[in-house]
Design a protein around this ligand. Structure first.
Ligand code: BG6
Length: 523
């Protein structure tokens, strides 16, 4: 995350664009896969449009299928055409990129693929002076270890002055604590930690990065950001989609592994971390890791799981999870999870963090709601005011990115009557929309060597450690009430009890934010 402070919008237009990427070859393993086509290459195209890539830049796509460079470029062009919304493809930027793309067929498990790659990299170095290499592993998790070992054996991870080697690893990083530890150990035998960029794509979202700026660049929040002033925090990632043809993957994964130790914990860490001494990668990551290490082990009574049945989502009838392709008819895999977490440190002791995520819910929304403690009621004792609405700061991560603060205001009139109102900020009202697939910043940061938005080995392990006892308990105690929520609902009813027993309620799940105070439902 490159930090530039622009004092005014006028300054933004005249500020020179920082071109900090050195001459590089990007080698993508999984060149024919969905991730490359939908995210990595479109993000590169946007970086070209923004003038962020250097003249000496090459892409080598590696995959198992036999195809020519021309065929590969053609398949990427078709994909880009399908996803480019209004204005069509910017031909200049696209041909700038495709001219630099080369395809190489090869089996990721065979050493000869890597010696062939070595020859291509040498060729590029001689022709285009691209001495640095970024290896991007856009492949299934079973290939992470073998590819890195082969890269090491072929001498491709060896760095020298003016020639760095970095490796990007996609999610999932392990499926529990021991597999994550084993994978870290395996790759750290070949690479040093500062060569590894473990992606969590939530950190590519503007609004997630903005949490740090909101907290630490505004003096008004930090004094209130603790157990003295905050009643509780809710983090919601609600999706309307089902498993989208990924039944086989999802059966092995489930909602908790798919979303919690990675995406939701990244949001939690941004919200809960102590102020770092700088925006330096290790300063930020160290504070985030400490926060994750302070999560109390989650006891089963503080965790709810659910699975969707058939129902109606956004006006469309949809089938239940058990009828999705490649899903067992008696599957016990959870598609919904809700947790109550405690953080064991001075700032957060006693403040519950409620997290929930689920598929096929009523609306798509990712948001964080910070509910402040109630104002003392004494002043209003002799007035008709029955209940003071709480102050809630809501950070809307997606869609409709922005934030709002709900406040109490007096209704006009001779009586003291109080109503909730909202101060609202929407990104779209202040900033021009930027074409993004959410990977631009992440790829750019790998290219300039800024690891702030990437997970360190100890961060990943702290996250798995926090959920491990729950994973073990759930594996031993299979649910007997699945499916337990209708597609298109807010999730299983039992999840409401998690908060109701504390005298609280979940925020309503809604996609578009009404310009009105948010209020939790009355428990
Ligand atoms: C992925 C999960 O990592 O994140 C998916 O595997 C999920 O199941 C997705 O749908 C959510 O990300 P986003 O950016 O669409 O909110």
């Amino acid at each position: 995350m490159c930090t530039v402070i622009t004092p005014s919008s006028e300054g933004a237009e005249t500020a020179p664009k920082a071109l900090r990427v050195q001459s590089t070859t990007l080698a993508i393993f999984g060149a024919g896969g969905d991730l490359t086509k939908r995210l990595v290459v479109p993000a590169l195209y946007h970086l070209v449009q923004a003038g962020r890539l250097p003249e000496q830049f090459t892409v080598i796509g590696v995959d198992q299928h036999n195809q020519t460079t021309e065929q590969w470029r053609q398949s990427l062009t078709e994909m880009l055409q399908a996803f480019t919304l209004t204005d069509g493809i910017d031909a200049r930027a696209w041909s700038w990129l495709t001219e630099r793309m080369h395809y190489m067929a090869g089996d990721f498990t065979q050493f000869e693929t890597f010696s062939h790659l070595e020859e291509l990299l040498t060729e590029q170095r001689q022709q285009n002076k691209t001495t640095n290499v970024l290896f991007y592993l856009a492949v299934g998790e079973r290939f992470f270890g073998p590819i890195i070992e082969h890269l090491g054996r072929a001498g491709l991870t060896q760095q020298s002055v003016g020639a760095w080697r970095r490796v990007v690893i996609e999610k999932p990083f392990g499926h529990d604590l021991s597999s994550a530890e084993a994978l870290n150990a395996q790759i750290l035998r070949v690479l040093s930690e500062d060569q590894i960029y473990r992606i969590d794509h939530f950190l590519g979202k503007e609004t997630v990065q903005n949490i740090l700026v909101l907290r630490f660049a505004n003096g008004i929040f930090e004094p209130l950001w603790n157990r003295d002033h905050i009643d509780h925090i809710q983090i919601t990632a609600a999706e309307t989609i089902g498993v989208e043809g990924r039944g086989g993957f999802y059966e092995r994964t489930g909602a908790i592994r798919d979303m919690v130790p990675n995406h939701l914990f990244q949001l939690l860490a941004m919200i809960g971390m102590e102020p770092p001494i700088s925006f330096d990668a290790d300063a930020v990551r160290g504070k985030k890791t400490e926060l994750l290490q302070a999560i109390h082990p989650i006891s089963p009574e503080n965790a709810i799981r659910g699975q969707y049945d058939r129902g109606v989502v956004l006006g469309q009838k949809v089938q239940g999870y058990r009828h999705e392709p490649n899903v067992a008819l008696d599957s016990r895999t959870e598609t919904y999870v809700a947790l109550k977490l405690g953080i064991d440190n001075w700032r957060w002791a006693g403040v519950p963090f409620y997290l929930r995520t689920g598929k096929r819910l009523s609306a798509r929304t990712t948001e964080i709601a910070i509910q402040f403690r109630q104002a003392p009621y004494a002043l209003f004792r002799d007035t008709p005011v029955e209940r003071l609405p709480p102050n809630i700061l809501t950070l809307r991560i997606q869609p409709d990115e922005g934030l709002s603060v709900s406040l109490s205001a007096k209704r006009p009139g001779s009586e003291i009557e109080i109503d909730g109102v909202a101060l609202d900020f929407s990104y779209r009202d202040y900033f021009e929309p930027v074409a993004t697939v959410g990977y631009e910043t992440l790829i750019y940061d790998c290219l300039i060597g800024d690891a702030t938005l990437f997970q360190r080995a100890d961060t990943v392990e702290a996250a798995w450690r926090a959920v491990q006892n729950l994973l073990d308990f759930w594996a031993r105690n299979r649910p007997d009430d699945f499916p337990n929520y209708a597609a298109g609902s807010a999730g299983p009813d039992v999840a409401d009890r998690l908060l109701a027993r504390d005298g609280r309620a979940w925020m309503a799940i809604r996609a578009e934010h009404p310009h009105k105070a948010l209020r939790p439902a009355t428990p």
